[in-house]
Design a protein around this ligand. Structure first.
Ligand code: NAP
Length: 753
């Protein structure tokens, strides 16, 4: 109950246990309520109705709450409202309110008043008397060794006092006591106000409700990025809080509804027309390959040609649409995505085997791209005067390049497609969008978002089809000015090579943005905090089955911490739920297709021969394109497991003698996409900042999960050409700067500056 994330699920678990025949009516159980949570009143009301309906008596230990700082960091990180009151006096008022409620309902609740705040304790005493709460329905709880004068006073008054302390092993026990010590001595706490700040007792005893009336409440801080004065600051779309029952129920309904339409029939869209083809291909559910998610029209070179023609024809008009109007299409598409959110999330669960959390994050990222690039275009869309000099006017402005081909991967099927497509559109290019064949139904949803936003025909053309058959044709086409690609190194390098050849028929040189693979390392220093490290590695290595370009596939560990880390990592990996992506409990699902499955299984064999298998789990779990999650130790930098992108849940562990050696090891190889360092040494962190040269470096956190606007994303070396998706200069890749100079001196005078 201490952790907001687990509160609702704990309440639900508690109730369901006590509804079991075996425990029903058993009176000696209890829950902790934290009055600093804004939901405390609501939770109490719900609990009393439940207790009444079940005739269930229970103890409620009422505290203020120990993790204010943590809760007020976690919430804005996820763009969620603060679950806690902003001011200590609001929590104090909530404590008194909740105490009253619990005591009023003493028929069902026993109050355990756990506070060191004399005002709060006195209030409880007074309430007990006024409400004539019978003995046995309340007690006071105090921690051993803290606020001893209060403890003594309570005992001397003959009140029931429970003194508690930690028992068991030393480290968690000490950690608990230190947390309590921090809590009780935090700024704003009663004990610190009394003993450290020596505040007058009258002030300390003021009714917190009066403080609220006198001082008021504080609005929670709003974090956002001001990009342009024309629009509100950019904020990341809040991820779903799956702890909330209503969201879970909504999602189950969405899964059911989306499935009813399977197989979806997906046409091509060329010049605004729906085009069907003789040849089609199927998109299947990787967790259940017998289920067809969509039957998709398949473009050949002819349709690719027609799509480029349509985009070329639409270009001059679209180019001349004012940037703010173009940005509005993005903002409208974002609105449509919000309305369709559950459907979009559910579709990804089926089409690419993503868990709820990952699918939802992908849809949020897509919305973020629309909101972010829309704002960036408002910033870049007006022409700027350059240096001022008498007699001339110099203006710099940006223009689109022309017809853009967008070639997208399946692993972030909506987000990455939306990012590249919206960047091209908002900058005034027209688009031929080729989704990945594995996620073409989701690709069609991107077209839908824009068509719902009213985009004119021909501006966005949608042509699913095998990259190996239509890819070269699109890339080589003389009318194509820009290719935006995200995918593998192999295909990316091919596109770069093809695009560099300028045919006789072309009147321009092609521009390419290419985001490619990664072989990302997490470095664990000898003094790293293993609690954080283990969670970070599990999320980075096994989130979406390791099928993220940013995933951690190399773990470089300084030898002093090697053994304890591996032991804990194994235990954590053993606790992961492997199952169907439809099931919200599942953390690891299937790989995208049979080819990926075979590739990963082959690498597991290579791992067995190169190193030592430390963990293998989930070999026979469920249907679909499953592979086990694995950890291989005794891997060195020369091994294939340490060099090649595997794109699956295979983690290679490399042991090194020193932190410096860890950096050298992490830097080996062709890629430079993401990396992460866990260390508590300021000197080592400083060294990593200078030397760990990757596109996205993270310190003391996981290496996946970049957020638009906060962590512009993209790598270099063979991971990419250095562009940063979701960053302030990304749109510049889609435009060409022009300068116009006007001589204003010709009428014989220099105008005022
Ligand atoms: P992929 O096989 O390279 O495919 C990417 C796209 O290229 C697909 O639409 C594919 O079409 C198309 N394609 C295939 N052959 C082509 C050709 N000859 N010419 C033009 N296009 C062609 O990659 P993927 O399997 O979808 O995605 C996984 C890879 O993407 C990984 O390497 C991952 O690291 C990388 N990735 C990088 C980033 C980043 O930001 N750096 C982000 C996500 C993913 P078909 O589907 O029809 O084959």
């Amino acid at each position: 109950m201490e952790y907001y994330d687990l509160k609702n699920i704990t309440l639900a678990l508690y109730r369901s246990l006590l509804e079991e025949e075996e425990f029903r009516g058993y009176p000696h159980t209890g829950l902790v309520f934290q009055s600093y949570l804004k939901e405390c009143d609501r939770d109490l009301r719900e609990l009393v109705s439940w207790a009444e309906s079940q005739e269930q008596r229970l103890t409620l230990r009422l505290v203020k709450g120990a993790y204010w700082e943590a809760e007020s960091v976690i919430a804005p990180e996820r763009s969620w409202p603060y679950p806690v009151y902003m001011n200590k006096y609001e929590s104090d008022a909530s404590f008194e309110r909740s105490a009253r409620f619990i005591l009023e309902n003493h028929r069902w609740f026993k109050l355990a008043c756990a506070s060191q705040n004399i005002r709060s304790v006195a209030c409880v005493m007074e309430l007990i008397e006024r409400l004539k709460v019978p003995e046995g329905q309340y007690e006071y709880q105090v921690i051993y060794g803290m606020a001893e004068p209060l403890q003594k006073a309570l005992v001397e008054m003959g009140l029931p006092v429970r003194v508690y302390t930690t028992v068991g092993s030393a480290i968690p026990g000490m950690a608990y006591l230190i947390r309590r010590l921090l809590e009780n001595t935090a700024r704003g706490s009663f004990l610190s106000a009394l003993y450290v700040e020596n505040r007058p007792i009258e002030e300390l005893l003021v009714n917190p409700r009066e403080r609220i009336e006198a001082v008021g409440t504080t609005r929670e801080p709003q974090f956002g990025l001001s990009i342009t004065p024309e629009k509100s600051p950019f904020r990341n779309e809040p991820l779903r809080d799956w702890n909330r029952t209503e969201y879970r129920e909504q999602m189950f309904r969405a899964l059911e509804n989306v499935r009813k339409d399977f197989p979806c029939r997906v046409p091509l869209i060329i010049g605004g027309e729906r085009v069907t083809t003789a040849e089609t291909f199927r998109s299947i559910n990787p967790a259940n390959p017998e289920e067809t998610v969509g039957i998709i029209a398949q473009a050949t070179e002819d349709e690719a040609e027609a799509a480029v023609d349509a985009a070329r024809e639409a270009f001059p008009q679209w180019r001349d649409v004012p940037p703010e109007k173009r940005a509005n299409y993005l903002f409208r598409a974002a609105e449509v995505a919000r309305i369709m959110r559950d459907e979009l999330v559910a579709l990804q669960v089926f089409e690419v085997g993503k868990s709820w959390i990952e699918s939802d994050a992908d849809v949020c990222e897509a919305i973020d791209y629309l909101e972010y690039y829309g704002r960036q275009m408002l910033r870049l869309g007006t022409s700027r005067s350059t240096m001022k000099i008498p007699g001339e006017n110099n203006e710099l402005f940006y223009e689109p390049r022309g017809v853009s081909v967008i070639i997208a991967p399946w692993n972030f099927p909506l987000a990455i497609s939306t990012g590249m497509t919206s960047a091209a559109l908002v900058t005034g290019n027209t688009v031929v969008y080729k989704p990945s064949s594995q996620s073409a139904v989701t690709g069609f949803m991107l077209y839908t978002l824009f068509s719902e936003s009213g985009l004119p025909p021909g501006v966005l053309n949608f042509i699913p089809g095998p990259g190996s058959e239509i890819g070269d044709h699109l890339v080589d086409h003389p009318d194509v000015a820009l290719i935006a690609f995200t995918g593998s190194k192999r295909v990316g390098l091919r596109i770069i090579e093809h695009a560099s050849r300028t045919s006789e028929a072309a009147d321009h040189v092609k521009h390419v943005t290419a985001e490619m693979g990664g072989k990302n390392a997490i470095i664990v220093d000898s003094d790293a905090d293993l609690d954080e490290v283990v969670v970070g590695i599990i999320q980075s290595a096994y989130g979406y089955q390791g099928q993220k370009c940013s995933a951690c596939s190399r773990l470089v560990v300084v030898q002093d911490i090697y053994e304890p880390l591996l032991e804990r990592l194994k235990a954590a990996a053993e606790s992961i739920v492997i199952g169907s992506p439809e099931d919200p409990e599942s953390f690891v699902g299937p790989l995208i297709d049979k080819t990926a499955q075979k590739k990963v299984l082959d690498y597991i064999e290579i791992g067995r021969s190169e190193g030592r298998l430390h963990l293998i789990r989930g070999e026979n779990k469920g249907k679909g394109f499953r592979v086990p999650i694995t950890i291989f130790t005794d891997i060195t930098s020369e091994h294939r497991l340490a060099r090649e992108e595997i794109f699956g849940p295979v983690l290679a562990v490399l042991k090194v003698p020193t932190f410096k050696e860890a950096l050298n090891t992490a830097l080996m190889g062709d890629y430079a996409l993401t990396g992460s360092v866990y260390s508590r040494s300021p000197a080592h962190i400083a060294l990593a900042l200078r030397q760990f040269r990757v596109g996205n470096l993270y310190v003391n956190r996981k290496c996946t999960g970049a957020m638009i606007g906060r962590q512009p994303f993209g790598g270099f070396k063979l991971s990419g050409l250095g562009s940063k998706a979701g960053g302030p200069d990304y749109l510049l890749h889609y435009m060409m700067p022009r300068t116009v100079t006007e001589n204003t001196f010709r009428r014989g005078f220099a105008p005022p500056m």
